[in-house]
Design a protein around this ligand. Structure first.
Ligand code: AMP
Length: 331
């Protein structure tokens, strides 16, 4: 069955895009196009293994496989925790561009126990394996690295990577140990997959700043590429955690982006004023409980008093048990 699906889609792709003959048949009538498809199917039947491999994502689950040599292609990595959505798709698209036509896009899916603080949602975090594979396949991912926790961490591990300045505020304050877990796993992924570049989203603004700092401080020879926040039609930033929201909470959660826009559009210079406006909008929404709202410098992440071109407004808000984050640059 698998072979047949791959066969059919390969035939379709070849007819529409990839087949060198398809251009010359571009204006042909329906019967000659059918003929083309039959010829291709006949060809595909002769060597199905080769064709289905070419169309498929290579799925690796062990460190040894991922580190196998030789490796010749430029590799761009998109680290994720899975439950892939539109925003991950955008990161993959940017990775593809950065990899170039001869390079490869690698996606890692790993729900990293080290970055979940005790009592948080590690166990219930969504893990839709088949859907994620399908997503990667249709996004044109070349390599999917999806190890188990036991594969990544030794029981007696005693080495961690910790950034100690940017990690102390915002998410770091609310989620102690979170960024130590993030830095440790990202450093490990960099060592295991040895990418030339890696793509991260600005939705996790602090995480991005910390990864850049780690790359600089530890001399990883890896370009870090940032992707702007991808939003749903109603402004809510895409997130795997949005699926925890019940319909009422989901509706209310749109207040996050509204609050950020209202605070920015008011044109206030004082950070306190900016925060107050955002607070007022969020507090006006039932079900919302603010964890933090802060204006900080986008590089140092230090609080600032007067909003300027490099300021960013960050929020973390609970809707029921679900904690969502968002941010907006104030320039
Ligand atoms: P996650 O799977 O949630 O760990 O996210 C994997 C990567 O996708 C991280 O670099 C996130 O910052 C990025 N990402 C997640 N949601 C968004 C979004 N709405 N816009 C941009 N990047 C995102």
């Amino acid at each position: 069955m698998r072979g047949r699906i791959a066969l059919q889609s390969t035939a379709r792709e070849m007819v529409h895009e990839r087949c060198p003959f398809s251009r010359s048949f571009g204006s042909a009538d329906a019967s000659s196009r059918r003929f083309l498809a039959v010829v291709i199917v006949d060809f595909a039947i002769r060597d199905p293994t080769e064709l289905s491999e070419a169309a498929d994502v290579k799925i690796l689950s062990t460190v040894a496989e991922a580190q196998a040599k030789p490796r010749v292609k430029r590799r761009v990595l998109v680290p994720t925790m899975g439950a892939l959505h539109k925003a991950h798709g955008e990161l993959i698209r940017v990775a593809r561009e950065a990899a170039g036509k001869d390079g490869e896009v690698a996606v890692s899916i790993f729900v990293n126990p080290l970055q979940f603080e005790p009592g948080s949602d590690y166990k219930r975090y969504p893990r839709p394996e088949k859907a994620d594979e399908k997503f990667c396949r249709s996004a044109g991912v070349d390599l999917l690295f999806r190890p188990s926790a036991d594969e990544v961490y030794e029981n007696d591990r005693s080495t961690f990577v910790e950034e100690t300045s940017l990690s102390s505020t915002l998410e770091g304050k609310s989620r102690p140990g979170h960024f130590r877990g993030v830095c440790t796993v990202v450093a490990k992924l960099f060592n295991i997959l040895a990418p030339d570049a890696a793509v991260f989203g600005e939705k996790d603004f602090q995480q991005l700043a910390i990864i850049r700092r780690m790359v600089r401080d530890l001399n990883f020879d890896i370009d870090i590429i940032a992707v702007p926040i991808v939003r749903e039609g109603d402004g809510l930033a895409c997130s795997s955690r949005n699926q925890y929201l019940n319909p009422k909470e989901r509706k209310r959660a749109t207040v996050l982006h509204k609050a950020l826009l209202a605070a920015k559009d008011a044109g206030k210079k004082s950070a306190d004023d900016v925060v107050r406006i955002a607070q007022k909008v969020i507090n006006g929404a039932p079900l919302a409980r603010i964890d933090y709202i802060e204006v900080v410098d986008s590089e140092t992440l230090k609080p600032i008093e007067i909003a300027g071109p490099s300021s960013v407004l960050l929020v973390a808000v609970f809707f029921g048990k679900t904690r969502l984050i968002d941010n907006l640059r104030l320039n």
